[in-house]
Design a protein around this ligand. Structure first.
Ligand SMILES: [Zn+2]
Length: 344
């Protein structure tokens, strides 16, 4: 047995050990203070990540909102200002003040702002502060002739950039048609024999990239042109039948964060195929128990047992639980296409 397959076996056994005493309760009281620490001064291990400020704010704001924690108005303004500090004079947002703009951090910044609620997004000054024209100009510059997008000047070209660009335009209610020439064709060329989508044509299917492609097509109102049943089958098969957890690729280990990417794609595809009950393709309760038992800690969520929690896994685990929608969790709604908090 190779060292890698030994580790896989041990990690699998660890999950099964945890699941022998299943947890069915969401411990909100521990998660709120953990997330509030992300909005205050960043913990030391994250300071090196100041290239990810919009992301951390997005994960924490969205998680708190989904948990029903009200962020006071003053704190919302401080968060908004902290995000706006990452705005680049070239349009779009960088990972921190003075950094080059990138489509991923632009998405995180705009998604965080939208999750702060109507008061902020409907304020007339906001569009001015965002410098929408410059932002849109930056997105336009990233578009390639073949319909794909590069993530930043000279950066890699894949479906993540494309999704971030379209999600931002859609959140800002900007007509996406002028940004979509050849894009649908490009996305379709990323669907693989497994039914899922790769990061670029010819790449192996991956749950996160399948989410990007399905959601981008939903935004473009063009989902009908793909083999949706194959995409749904692929996404559903990423659930491990023994533990209930979701993995990112065929034959890989379960990880809490795929609860969001997987379930979000399944939800959108079920909508298209008019499948009313997601449970007919996915064992949502088994996934819920997996998240609560293997990924939940006293404060925050993690990839899998024995790991430390982080803001990234906390948000994507909570977002997955929100999409599963078990009433006893009492969570707010996450938009399966944009990944933003939807105020009731
Ligand atoms: Zn993960």
């Amino acid at each position: 047995m190779t060292e890698k397959s030994m580790t896989l076996k041990t990690e699998k056994e660890m999950m099964e050990k945890y699941l022998s005493e299943p947890c069915t309760t969401l411990c909100k009281d521990g998660h709120v203070p953990y997330l509030l620490s992300g909005l205050a001064e960043l913990p030391l291990e994250y300071t090196q990540l100041d290239a990810a400020r919009p992301w951390i704010l997005y994960w924490c704001v969205c998680s708190l909102s989904v948990l029903g924690h009200t962020i006071p108005g003053e704190q919302k303004t401080a968060i908004l200002n902290s995000i706006l500090e990452c705005k680049s004079p070239r349009g779009g947002f960088g990972g921190g003040p003075g950094q080059d703009p990138h489509l991923a951090t632009t998405y995180a910044a705009v998604a965080a702002i939208f999750s702060l609620g109507r008061q902020i997004t409907e304020s007339p000054e906001l569009r001015e502060k965002l410098e929408i024209e410059k932002l849109v100009g930056f997105i336009k510059k990233m578009k390639q002739e073949n319909g794909s997008y590069v993530v930043c000047d000279g950066g890699e070209c894949d479906v993540r950039g494309l999704y971030c660009a379209l999600a931002v335009l859609s959140l800002l209610e900007i007509d996406t048609e002028p940004f979509a020439e050849n894009t649908v064709k490009y996305i379709k060329s990323c669907q693989t024999y497994e039914g899922g989508f790769g990061c670029f044509p010819g790449d192996e299917a991956h749950s996160g990239h399948t989410f990007c492609c399905v959601s981008a097509l939903k935004i473009l109102n063009s989902l009908d042109g793909i083999d949706a049943r194959a995409a749904l089958r692929y996404s559903a098969q990423n659930q491990d039948t023994a533990t209930g957890g979701m993995c990112g690729r065929t034959n890989k280990l379960e990880d809490g964060c795929y609860s969001f990417w997987g379930v979000a794609a399944i939800k959108t595809l079920c909508g298209l195929l008019e499948i009313e009950n997601m449970d007919t393709v996915l064992d949502t309760e088994k996934l819920r128990v997996f998240i609560l038992t293997c990924c939940q800690t006293g404060g925050g969520f993690r990839d899998k047992p024995e790991m430390k929690p982080d803001f990234y896994h906390t948000f994507y685990c909570l977002a997955g639980l929100s999409l599963i929608g078990n009433k006893s969790d009492g969570l707010g709604r996450i938009d399966a296409v944009h990944g933003t908090f939807r105020a009731p």
